[in-house]
Structure formats: structure tokens, C-alpha cells
Design a protein around this ligand. Sequence first.
Ligand code: GLU
Length: 416
Amino acid sequence: MTITKKLTPFEEVNLFFDRAADRLQLPDGCREMLRRPWRELGVQVPVRMDDGRIEVFNGYRVQHNGARGPYKGGVRFHPQADQEEIRALASLMTWKTALMGLPFGGAKGGVQCDPRQLSEGELNRLTRRYTLNIEHLLGTNRDIPAPDLGTNSQTMAWMMDAYGQLHGHSPAIVTGKPVELGGSLGRESATGRGVAYILEEAAKNLRLNLQSLRVVVQGCGNVGSWTARLLHENGCRIIAVSDVRGGIYNPRGLDVPRLVEHKMAGNSVTEFREGDSIGNAELLELECDVLIPAAIDNVITDKNAPQVKARVVMEAANHPITVEADSILNDRGIVVLPDILVNAGGVTVSYFEWTQNLQEFRWEEDRVNEELRKVMVRAYRAVHEKVTSEGINYRQAAFEIGVQRVAQAVNLRGFV
Ligand code: GLU
């Protein structure tokens, strides 16, 4: 397939959506309703900087679809977090929550900024201002934000506090909070744990032996570091890991607990001594069994897809593979397990957190992990079953399941 014009991230996700809608034979009107965001808000986020200046950032909240329940999705603080990217990510949340069978719609928010350049005080003020400016869209039964790239449990604590000043104590307004403020045990590791559960299942079908499986992880933030840690515990050989500054490679396998400790202490992966340094681009082309992009979008493109040497690529990040690259990998017989399945552990435990908050009851961590396993395995099996019975790829199957469920909800509600 050749695409001449460069597509925006939202157009890219919509190509995946359209392929699902085509095979499901959705009528044009329904398709249009599902493709476009139901509501979007752009706000300015003025912040008093530590040096006294006022800087004005762009903020967004896109509520893509609410047919199956309250809007749900993270908030991203990143220089590339513009409206088109947030739209794309909001749309992915719609298909993800539907695929996982969670009673939510899809949303995403963001502030276009580089959080690494901001002090703690500046981040606190930015988060509060953003929250107040989108507050009229939020609600424990309307729209429930969570962490994403560049945000974390501290960000959620500030959001909850800002919202609470207007509405009273409302822990269910955000998920991914600190445990001390009503966050769920197991939420922080949930996305990585979900990746590990999916790989365990996929290994059975793809005849991969988890023990000694050579795995490359791009990204060492929350998702990348937990994925590497848990796969290492499962016996996989993690041969390379990277962060924004570059990577480290050891074909005999990295000592992941030590690497993560080193990273948590505020160092870069590149300063870890027990391996050879390697660039991020090179890392994606390493000979391995499983390649896991766990950082940002669009890292595997038509340029490097022909050089990918993995047998399986697992999208732990959202939309790390462009549409063109996806076709190249498929044509080369590389199995691509899609983001809306692979990284859904995060939003799944967000759902558990929200239910715990509404019930004012806390689950033990073992229960969280066991329930997470059930949801991940059920979704994987549904996708795999469609892949084998209909001869389509995993992304197509995952999108078809998600899109069909949302279309059904729209029809049952009788909006139009
Ligand atoms: N940001 C995560 C995602 O992309 C989690 C969203 C949530 O927990 O609501 O799936």
C-alpha cells in the first residue's frame, strides 16, 4: 500500500477503524458517528512560572465516544500533545475499553508542554489550571482521567484536589492516584503486568518458549520498566532496554532489577555499565524474538519496518507503528499484537480502582492482579479466536470486536 500524503495520527487510527467498519458493513451514518469525537475542548493553560513570567500552554480534552459508559482515558503532558494526537489517542481508548469489556467510553486529554523542563511547583499549578478549565466536562459518572505519558500518580493527586475544592472529596474522579489517596494497589504495575499476561497467552499459540525468549524493550518509563521487570521474572531474557537518551544491549540478558533500580535512582539507562550502548534506532532493528515499543507513537515507520528482525511486535505504547509500517510487518509475516489489547492492563486496573472508590472498599493486590489476568486472557482469547477463524490479523480482529460493541451500544440506545 502506498500513502502519498502524510497522515495525521487521528487519520491513521481512522484507517484501522475504517477497515473494521468495512468488514462489519457499518452503515455510513453510524460509521461517521463512531469515527468523529463526540465532544472536544481546547483550553489555554496560563501558568505563573517560578521566575515570575506567565507562560500560556495549550490544553485539550477530547471525549471521543460515550455510548458504553463514562468517558475514560489518560492525560498526557508532552511537547507533541496537540489536538490531532489527543484525538487519535481518545479514539484508541474507545476501542480499547470496548475490546476489554469495560463499562467506559473513550477520551484523552493533554497539555502541550515538556514536563521535564518544569519545576514541581510549575507542574502543580499547570495541572490545577488545566483541571479547572476542563472541570465542567468531568464527573465520576461523566469523564474520569488517568495518567499517561509525562503524568503520574502525583499529577492525579493534584487533579483530584483541584476538582475536590469545587465538588467535595471525590476520589473516583481520577484513577492512577497514589494508594494513600484511594488509588488501587497494583495500578502502577498494571500496564506492564497486562503486557506480561498477553505474552504468556500468545506464547502458547505462537509456540514461543517464555524461558530464554529474547526480548527488546524500547522505553523505560512506567510501562517499559514494569514490562521488562515482569518478563524478566517470567524467565525471559531482556537483551536490550532504552530510554529517551539511548539504550543498553547485552545479548546474554540484562540484570533487569539492577537496571530498574539504577533508572529509579534518576540515572539514564545509557549510564548502566553491564552492556554495550546502543542507539534507539539500532535497538528497534535488533535480532530478537519479541520487540516491545513501550515509549511514544510512530517509532516503527516505513523507513525501519523492513529492518525489524523480531518474530512478534507487542505495542505496549499507544500507536507506536504507523499504518504503512504495520502493512510492511504483516507482509513480512511478523505478528503484531495491537496496543488496544497489549497495553489495556492500565485502564483495566483503572476500572478496578474506580469501582473500589465508588464502593469505598479496597481490594488486596492479589485480587487486583488475578482479576486483571482474567480480563486480559479473556480479551486475548476472543481476538485470537477471530484471527484463526477468520484469517485476519490481530489488529483487525481487535478493532472489529471493539467497533462492533460500540456500534451495538449506539444502536441499542437509539440516539438517532
Ligand atoms: N493512559 C492509559 C492508556 O492509554 C490509561 C488510561 C486510563 O487508565 O484511563 O490506556
